[in-house]
Ligand binder design. Structure first.
Ligand code: UDP
Ligand code: MG
Length: 154
């Protein structure tokens, strides 16, 4: 199914000058960019976004790391985009992530792991609404469409 998913380029990615590399991977894969902006993450939005980790000992450390620089939030669209982006991301700890994945290629850390990616279509919808206003997600006609997919796939 045609899906939209959220990717956050984390502060470590801005610090290390890897934003272009990471965005380029999604572009080359054939995902359509439907939204992108640079923002500072507030404590309020981080509490919401990482609520599933609130009881973890590293929660405060993680929140601090996510607010060292602004981040870049992106909306990528494609068929099965949530699963495709997650598989391109690799497992959480960069040291365990397979080579060829973004974390596997660029991260040596369990925390400084380059990007956040939504883990289910349900969470993707919730997370996109958390970071983007409706008018910041763009639906436009995409010239690449017939080259990226067979015409009975979309
Ligand atoms: N994290 C961490 N230590 C851990 C687990 C997670 O610092 O043991 C950080 C890491 O930056 C990760 C984020 O918390 O990306 C969110 O954790 P989650 O379990 O949702 O992993 P993800 O979905 O990002 O792979
Ligand atoms: Mg997660």
């Amino acid at each position: 199914m045609m899906e939209k998913t959220l990717v956050i380029l984390k502060p470590c990615t801005l610090q290390r000058g890897l934003t272009g590399e990471v965005i380029s991977r999604f572009e080359k894969k054939g995902l359509k960019l439907c939204g992108m902006k640079m923002i500072w993450l507030t404590d309020e939005i981080l509490n919401e976004h990482y609520a599933h980790l609130a009881e973890k000992p590293f929660f405060q450390r993680l929140k601090n790391a996510m607010a060292i620089t602004p981040v870049i939030v992106c909306c990528w669209e494609g068929i099965d985009a949530v699963r495709v982006v997650r598989s391109m991301t690799g497992v959480t700890n960069g040291r365990n992530a397979a080579p060829g994945t973004i974390r596997g290629d660029y991260s040596m850390s369990g925390q400084e792991n380059i990007i956040h990616a939504s883990d289910s279509p349900e969470n993707a919808a919730i997370e996109l609404a958390r970071f983007f206003r409706e008018d910041e997600i763009f639906n436009y006609s995409w010239a690449q469409m017939p080259c990226v997919y067979a015409n009975d796939e979309f």
